[in-house]
Write a protein that binds this ligand. Sequence first.
Ligand SMILES: [Mg+2]
Length: 211
Amino acid sequence: MLVNWEGIRAFFHSVKRPRTLLPHAKFPSFTDVPVSISQHLSNAYGRPVDIRGIVLDKDDCITIPNKQNIPNENLKKLRELQNKFGKSNILLVSNSIGSKKQDPTGKDAAYFEDRWEIPVLRHSKLKPLCEQEVWEYFQEFTQVQNPSQLLFIGDRLLTDSTMANRMGAWSLWLCVGVQGSSSWMNKLEGHIYRTFQPMGPILPRTYEKDN
Ligand SMILES: [Mg+2]
């Protein structure tokens, strides 16, 4: 089992600033994510939102943890999002594939990319600390100009949502995920969400875009 010590350290940092854990939207599973997500967030927060890129988690978000198969219903949603945003603008960022610790040769990431036609980030730091590597991808390969144009979709407040907030991006939490797991981690995150949600999430800074 992968022990994410970096993530645990980041968690204790977040304890001092619990709003950094909070997502901006919550849906049960990936199939529930609206393709018109900018409009959804704009309506929810009463401000313009211009999502141009998505950072997508893998385990318990679009696949069963540590499996390579994407169920048909999740693949359909992925294709809808790719049609809307463009294939290069949706980046898969996972600690189980593409990370130096868990997939040092990048073999699993390459297989996933070829099979499912989605770019997979190769990263040396684990989530939630690889924001620089994520940002370098979007700067090099996309038209995303500011982190406030990014949306993170994931099932973990302690990694996916925390990293979104560290970057100044938007965060969408899949609170049930693929398996509907009732693990201690799911229970802990549910408790964290209920406890701190009344404080409200940190909103990304408004960005004056060039075009
Ligand atoms: Mg996950």
